[in-house]
Write a protein that binds this ligand. Sequence first.
Ligand code: PEP
Ligand code: MN
Length: 355
Amino acid sequence: MELQLEPLRLPGIDPKRPIVIAGPCSAETEDQVMDTATQLCKKGIKIFRAGIWKPRTKPGGFEGVGTVGLPWMKRVQEELGMLVATEVATPKHVEAALEAGIDILWVGARTVANPFAMQELADSLRGVDVPVLVKNPVNPDLELWIGALERVNGAGIKRLGVIHRGFSSYDKKIYRNLPMWHIPIELHRRCPALPIFGDPSHIGGKRELIAPLCQQAMDLGFDGLVIESHCNPDCAWSDASQQVTPEVLDFILDKLVIRSNAQSTESLEALRRQIDECDNALLELLSKRMRISREIGQYKKEHNMTVVQTDRYNEILDKRGAQGVLCGMDGEFVKTIYEAIHEESVRQQIDIMNK
Ligand code: PEP
Ligand code: MN
C-alpha cells in the first residue's frame, strides 16, 4: 500500500534539518517538567517531549505519572510557547492526550511490534488531524514497521513521521539498541516523503554515544532528532544513563555538522558509514560467537573433554578458507582471521574450565 502523506506542518517550526524534539524520558514532577522545558526553551528548543505513560520491561518500574502530568505539558505550551509531544500506547492514552491538546503523538517501539495494539490505536485516531511519529518496532522487521504506518495512515492520519530508535538484541553490545541503519535507510528509499527522526538516546543507551549518533543520523540525511534531556539526568526516574542536561544537549547540537542531503549516496562519507555499519555487525557477531563458544566450554568441562579438539579446528580452517575463496577473498587471509578467532575462543574456554 502506498502511504498518503502530507508534510508534518508543525506550527512555528522551521523545517530546516534537524528538527529537534527534546525533553525527559518521563514527566516526573511538575517542577522537573517546567525546569527542564524552561532550560531547553532558553537553548532554542521548540518541541518538548516527555513520556506520561511509560511501557516498562518489568513490573515495578516507574510506569509514568499518567494523566496528572498532562496539565504540566499544557503549562509548557502556554508559558513557554513550545509544542509538546508524548507517547500513546492505548486508545485511552490517545483520548486523554488529544483532550489535553498534546501537539504531537508518538507510538513506542513495543506497541509498534503488536499489530492488534496498532490497529486499536489507529482506530482511535480516525477523524483526527494530529502529527503521529511511529517508532521502529523492537525487532528488526521493516515490514512490521511499514504495516504499523499503513494502519495509522489507513485511519486517515497523513501527517506521519518515523523515529529510528534501534533494535533490541540479546548479545552484549556497544549500543542499547542496535542501529542497523540499513533498515531506516531502506524505509526512506521506499517512502522518501516520510520524515525520519533519529533517537540517539534509545539507540546508544549512554550519554557518550549521543553526539556521534546524532552526527550519524545527520550524515544519513535524517530530518530530525529526538533526544532525551533532563534538568538532573543522574536522578531521572527512567533512562538516567542516556539523558543529558539541556546545556550538554546545546553543546552537542552546536557541534553537529549538517551536510546537504542532496549529496549522492556514492559519496565517500556514505561509503565510510557503510563500512562502520559492517564493522559494528562484525563485532556483534563475533561477540555472539564467543558466547556460544563459552557455552561449548561449559559443556566440555562438564563432560571432561579437552578444550582443543584438533579435528574440529582443522575442519573449520579448511571449510572457512574454501568459503572465503568462493566469496572472492584470499583463502590464507580467511584462515588467518579464523586462527585469531580460534585463539580467543580457546582463551575464553580455558577461562571457563578454570572457574
Ligand atoms: C521513549 O521514547 O522514552 C521510549 C519508551 O522509547 P522506545 O519506545 O523507543 O523504547
Ligand atoms: Mn526513554
